[in-house]
Design a protein around this ligand. Sequence first.
Ligand SMILES: CCCCCCCC(=O)CC(=O)SCCNC(=O)CCNC(=O)[C@H](O)C(C)(C)COP(=O)(O)OP(=O)(O)OC[C@H]1O[C@@H](n2cnc3c(N)ncnc32)[C@H](O)[C@@H]1OP(=O)(O)O
Ligand SMILES: NC(=O)C1=CN([C@@H]2O[C@H](COP(=O)(O)OP(=O)(O)OC[C@H]3O[C@@H](n4cnc5c(N)ncnc54)[C@H](O)[C@@H]3O)[C@@H](O)[C@H]2O)C=CC1
Length: 321
Amino acid sequence: MSTTPLDSATASGVHDVLVVGGGAMGSQIAMVCALAGRTVHLVDTEPASLVRAEGQLRARLASRVEKGRLRTEDRDAAFARLHLGTDLEAGAGRADLVIEAVVEKIDVKTELFARLDRITPERTILTSNSSSFVPSRLAAATRRPDRVCNLHFFNPALVMACVEVVPGEATSPATLETATAFTRELGKEPVLLSREINGFLANRILNAVRDEAVHLYEGGYASLEAIDLACRTALGHPQGPFELQDLTGLDIAWFTKTARYAETGDPADLPSTSLDARVAAGHLGRKTGRGWYQYAADGTKQPAPDPIDEPSTPVTGDRPR
Ligand SMILES: CCCCCCCC(=O)CC(=O)SCCNC(=O)CCNC(=O)[C@H](O)C(C)(C)COP(=O)(O)OP(=O)(O)OC[C@H]1O[C@@H](n2cnc3c(N)ncnc32)[C@H](O)[C@@H]1OP(=O)(O)O
Ligand SMILES: NC(=O)C1=CN([C@@H]2O[C@H](COP(=O)(O)OP(=O)(O)OC[C@H]3O[C@@H](n4cnc5c(N)ncnc54)[C@H](O)[C@@H]3O)[C@@H](O)[C@H]2O)C=CC1
């Protein structure tokens, strides 16, 4: 078996990156890599996702240029290094490292890892941005478990410093070294786990906060706004748990809860009634204009009515199974 290439201009040896999934996370992760000088292929099965991704990235970087935080030529160079498309094979052949950021469904991810294992060079490191699944579950779909680990970025990936580096049971020290060095080269702060656990570090802590916030809300102890305000002003969180879930997506929370329940069978791991009702109604957060709050075009927000209290509202959204 070949080892990770380290005889190059960067410590990690990672020059070509394939990012799979061009949604909220994959698009920004791809741009983080392009801004750090990497050649990046961003692949999504949905052309519409790629169009949206490019539009949002152009707006984000325009804001940085306007504020004098990014030179126009550096922005243009980053976009020139970023190749968007629907053909997975196009970026696979030269990839030093893959970052998977598709939907949080284990069957979709394992099928993708099996395919990536077939179409990327033997040396390529395969990583996942999953919010919850441990790398060993994904590595099991490949013939290279020593070159699989998780690189868990945080939303918004263009801004947040932390990347959790999660080893699987068979991840080699060389793979972890490369993944950690690469994370630093992106200007991020690698947080290395000693061993894998579902949800990793930050999301497990966040999950506990979210569960308690929902308990207080569903118990009628306080409004959404009061709970969010307490977290911001008493605990110093930049956003309260409901505001933050509107940013990260209620569907992602629903998927992670449901997957956890499938593993543990513990009813406490099921999505809460109020989360389930919103997801069933298609209210997934900022990306749909409504989640726990509803958002006006000017960005202002107010608490959204609980769908349970809206019997006349047609349930149009699909629960993301
Ligand atoms: C079991 C649990 C399951 C979990 C499910 C999935 C979740 C995960 O797996 C892991 C996660 O990501 S958890 C979430 C982690 N993220 C956070 O906690 C974010 C907290 N919020 C913030 O930091 C700020 O409110 C925030 C940065 C968002 C906004 O900051 P401000 O309020 O200061 O607003 P601005 O002044 O407008 O923005 C400051 C800079 O940030 C840029 N920005 C804002 N929103 C953005 C966005 N959505 N995408 C990209 N960039 C964004 C904004 O452009 C500005 O940057 P510059 O323009 O360069 O100055
Ligand atoms: N939303 C968040 O705050 C965070 C999410 N994550 C994780 O990142 C991953 C992606 O999440 P988001 O970007 O929020 O989801 P998203 O729903 O915004 O984007 C997912 C994208 O993947 C594409 N896709 C689905 N199957 C595909 C396949 N087989 N091949 C190529 N593209 C495919 C979809 O068309 C969509 O554009 C998930 O695993 C999620 O748990 C991790 C950190 C934070």
